[in-house]
Design a protein around this ligand. Structure first.
Ligand code: KG4
Ligand code: ZN
Length: 350
């Protein structure tokens, strides 16, 4: 079964063809990072317009690279939630139109759930029960999957997502957007024990909070360069030298990653899953992979970086499992849901 996946929930326009939820035939990603970098973050209106320009060429390219024609495609899977409304609309409208025109079954896919399925594009898919640490620009969650479409949320962020914290701290330090990769790079040259930063204590041990850590970095930077909180924060990077910048990046990354790994380890001990996966853009972080492998006594297969950040391959992969269990939706009735969280099993809801 060959599924065409379509993803446009944030700032990547992507289309992919995946066979039987396992074999990646193509994965075309048109990233808007350069367009948004000048603003230091994603501008929703610009993102939506850019998706409109990219969506058709990206879909055509994905079919071409997979060596498939429309006759070979068995179904279309598309991200319908959560994300930026204007961005989601472009991908879902394209998918709905194509499903009608080409007479293909259409499957709505939850973006965050899909991130987990980047790890199923593998000769040996992970086994259930599966513990997933989902760490992206918009989400930080620990989720226990008992089976496909059957999961419980163990904990989630109460304020900033981890990727958002990387992006905001990068801005404080004057490192380029997106902050995750630039902090990881700067951290390689820095001293991770130079600055002592706090770890948030949460009532539910599996919940996260990263907003305090971000503010602690801001205050520490202000102290280091000898200004107080009234000093304009956009002028702070100009007062830092490279060594200080690298030390702050390394110290922040250490505390952020230790927090994630500590919680994942506690959940591992409590639930004893058969496998553990990390998903979402921050899963590309090498320090996270290193610490997780050092701490958890399970063999962990990590997805390649390009399948950790937003892509349609993960959407097509989840679409395959979804199609085994659920009927398709009618193209006329598919609506976007910009803020649907993973708190309950979404398959049961649909
Ligand atoms: O999953 P994703 O592509 O988009 C969302 O669905 O949010 O994640 C993007 C996030 C950004 O915050 C980016 O800074 C972060 O992933 N990221 C990283 C790395 N690569 C991307 N964070 C830490 N280390 C990285 N190597
Ligand atoms: Zn994502």
């Amino acid at each position: 079964m060959k599924i065409l996946g379509i993803e446009s929930s944030c700032d990547e326009t992507s289309a992919s063809v995946v066979e039987n939820g396992r074999r990646l035939l193509s994965n075309v990603v048109n990233s808007q990072i350069d367009i948004h970098a000048v603003y230091g973050g994603v501008v929703p209106e610009i993102a939506a317009r850019s998706h409109i320009e990219a969506i058709n060429p990206v879909i055509n390219q994905a079919l071409k690279e997979a060596g498939t024609s429309w006759d070979d495609i068995d179904a279309i899977a598309v991200t319908y939630a959560p994300g930026l409304v204007g961005s989601l609309l472009v991908g879902t409208l394209a998918a709905r139109t194509l499903a009608l025109l080409k007479n293909k079954p259409l499957y709505p896919i939850h973006h965050v759930e899909a991130h987990v399925y980047a790890n199923f594009l593998n000769q040996q898919p992970p086994e259930f029960p599966l513990l997933a640490l989902i760490v992206s620009g918009g989400h930080s969650q620990l989720v226990l999957f008992r089976d496909h479409g059957d999961y419980v949320l163990l904990g989630q962020t109460q304020d900033d997502a981890i990727g958002e914290a990387f992006d905001k701290v990068a801005k404080i330090l004057g490192l380029p957007y997106p902050g995750g990769p630039s902090i990881a790079k700067a951290a390689l040259l820095g001293d991770a024990s130079k600055y002592q930063l706090p770890k948030a204590r949460m009532q539910n041990a599996y919940d996260f909070s990263f907003s305090g850590l971000k503010t602690a970095v801001l205050r520490a930077v202000q102290r280091e360069v000898g200004v107080d909180f009234t000093f304009p924060s956009h002028e702070l990077p100009g007062l830092l030298n490279d060594a200080q910048r690298n030390d702050f990046a390394a110290s922040f990354q250490r505390v952020a990653i230790e927090t994630l790994v500590g919680k994942a380890f506690a959940a591992y001990e409590e639930y004893l899953p058969k496998s553990i996966v990390i998903a979402g853009g921050v899963a590309a972080n090498q320090e996270l992979r290193r610490q997780l492998s050092a701490r958890i006594p399970l063999h962990i297969e990590y997805a390649p970086s390009e399948l950790c950040t937003d892509n349609a391959a993960m959407v097509a992969t989840l679409g395959y499992y979804y199609a085994q269990e659920k009927p398709p939706v009618h193209p006329f009735s598919l609506e976007v849901v910009p803020s649907l969280s993973m708190t309950r099993t979404t398959w049961a809801q649909l």
